[in-house]
Design a protein around this ligand. Structure first.
Ligand code: NAD
Length: 495
């Protein structure tokens, strides 16, 4: 029988007010319905916000080290349930179990890191310009935070957003993605089991135009943290800016790897292949472009094609699979559309380029790992995020040319270079327009204790994750205590 999952509002598991539901299916076998979930409306969001508001004062007053105890317990529960959770994520997200276990580990790391913040969350003290006066800063929660998730890393991203929000003393309304809602149910259950007070974290399932819009337009949600596509992020930002709410956006990317003439080519091929094709390219930091120095272009390309053609595409529950299915039919059509338009633009398919069908492939949406040669960075396939197993190759004359191509992208999330030259490597760190830069490594692999986020169209100002998450999820107050027993002020001019 299909399991029926619920929203979590005010500490209770409840159906949507209107009683509507939607189904979630397994991307490795779309005939398998995983469960039904509440198709929530504005009313459900309003209830969740009311509960979050009424829980706020108590949670804000709870000392951060006490909040931290709950996060430490959540980290331990995540560890105990790691295998079982990896299975859940793999089934609803279509990623391999080892990749999903890595995702749970990232959530564990974030729980422990943010719990540690409960005993840091530093403000500063400094000397006042006046006598007998104390000057300091301290961090306070923002209020009710709305967190909107994408489908691709439902456990890691729940942890990366919710744990910092909680440790800072905010209460939360969390919206799951409609393709990966079950993982968020387990995430919330862990916090429930860890002893999080009722109303502090509320979960609302449903779709963007209904639940997402209701969150971004709700007058009592002080901060919205949105992770998803750049197009939706713009809409979210508009809604928030219009009503004066804070907004943190973590958006898409068209991440590039530069391969220099002195690179270790085998290492570079390995880095590019796993960056482009693992999790079927459905990661914000996937490698969408490789920009290759002309002196190694032919040899690199033949090694790259060779390795790509050896990848095994298949369902997530087959432990020998390298490239897993796409999340939905809509995503399949989007990816095939990009490939078709690239060909019309005069780009050449070097390998792949088609949907895989027959046998297990008929139970999901699979695209053969695809490499497209492109003669200019202005073409759509070299500029836009595909979010599928599609890699664009561009040739560069030298380092300057390569950086011109790399930085011509409207996005700026992550970038990498393969080189043995330390001078080139350090120049790259200065020159690349990307929020996360790597030397001799793939374009993904961010660590939870380091800031993460993008420049240009990949983000907007804030950096989530790492110590900067504390800045995103808190307000800084500047505090003066005058113990001179007289009115003194730096703005008075005294003769
Ligand atoms: P998406 O933008 O389609 O959806 C993301 C979320 O927004 C979903 O929960 C969806 O229901 C919701 N949504 C849709 N319309 C909305 C609206 N009008 N108002 C509010 N919410 C709305 O993205 P997706 O397809 O789920 O995820 C893929 C995208 O996410 C890619 O572009 C990827 O690069 C990006 N991403 C970025 C990061 C990062 O940290 N930078 C991480 C993961 C994914």
């Amino acid at each position: 029988m299909t399991e029926e999952f619920k929203n979590y509002i005010g500490g209770e598991w409840v159906s949507a007010r209107e009683g509507k539901t939607f189904e979630n299916t397994n991307p490795s076998n779309v005939n398998q319905v995983i469960g039904t979930f509440p198709r929530s409306s504005k009313e459900d969001v309003q209830m969740a916000v009311r509960e979050a508001l009424s829980a706020f004062n108590d949670w804000k007053a709870t000392p951060p080290p006490e909040r931290a105890e709950i996060l430490f317990r959540a980290g331990r529960l995540l560890m105990e349930r790691k295998e079982e959770l990896a299975e859940v994520i793999s089934r609803e997200n279509g990623k391999t179990r080892s990749s999903c276990a890595g995702e749970v580990q990232s959530a564990i790391d974030m729980a422990n890191y943010m719990a540690g913040e409960g005993r840091r969350m530093f403000g500063r003290t400094t000397h006042s310009a006046l006598r007998r006066r104390f000057a300091m800063t301290r961090r306070y929660p923002v209020g009710v935070v709305g967190i909107i998730l994408p489908f691709n890393f439902p456990m890691a991203l729940s942890a990366w957003r919710v744990f910092p929000a909680l440790i800072c003393g905010n209460t939360v309304v969390l919206k799951s993605d409609e393709h990966s809602p079950e993982t968020t149910v387990h995430f919330v259950k862990i916090l429930e089991d860890a002893g999080l007070p009722k109303g502090v974290l509320n979960l609302v399932h449903g779709f963007g135009p209904e639940v997402g819009e209701a969150i971004t337009t709700h007058p009592d949600i002080a901060l919205v943290s949105f992770t998803g596509s750049t197009a939706t992020g713009r809409r979210v930002a508009e809604n928030c800016v219009k009503r004066g709410a804070k907004v943190s956006l973590e958006l898409g990317g068209k991440n590039g790897v530069v391969v220099m003439d002195d690179a270790d080519l085998e290492l570079a091929v390995d880095g590019v292949v796993c960056g482009a094709f693992s999790v079927a390219g459905q990661r914000c930091t996937a490698t969408g472009r490789v920009i290759v120095h002309r002196d190694v272009y032919e040899i690199f390309l033949s090694m790259l094609i060779d390795k790509t053609e050896k990848l095994k595409t298949g369902p997530a529950d087959d432990d020998t699979t390298d490239v897993t299915p796409l999340i939905s039919r809509a995503q399949l059509q989007r990816v095939l559309g990009f490939i078709e338009r690239a060909q019309r633009d005069g780009c050449k398919i070097l390998t792949g380029g088609t949907q895989l069908t027959g046998g297990v492939f008929d139970r999901g949406y699979y695209v053969k790992p695809t490499i497209i040669e492109c003669d200019g960075p202005e073409k759509e396939i070299a500029r836009e995020e595909v979010f599928g197993p599609v890699l664009t190759v561009l040739r560069a004359e030298d380092y300057e040319d390569a950086m011109g191509i790399l930085n011509s992208s409207p996005y700026g999330l992550s970038a990498s270079i393969f080189t043995r030259d330390v001078t080139v490597a350090f120049n790259f760190l200065e020159d690349a327009d990307a929020g996360v830069c790597y030397i001799n490594a793939p374009t993904f692999g961010s660590e939870p204790h380091m800031p993460f986020g993008g420049m240009k169209h990949s983000g907007q100002g804030y950096r989530e994750v790492g110590w900067t998450a504390i800045e995103t999820y808190s307000e800084l107050k500047t505090l003066y205590v005058d113990y001179s027993a007289r009115i003194q002020n730096v703005q008075f001019v005294e003769d």
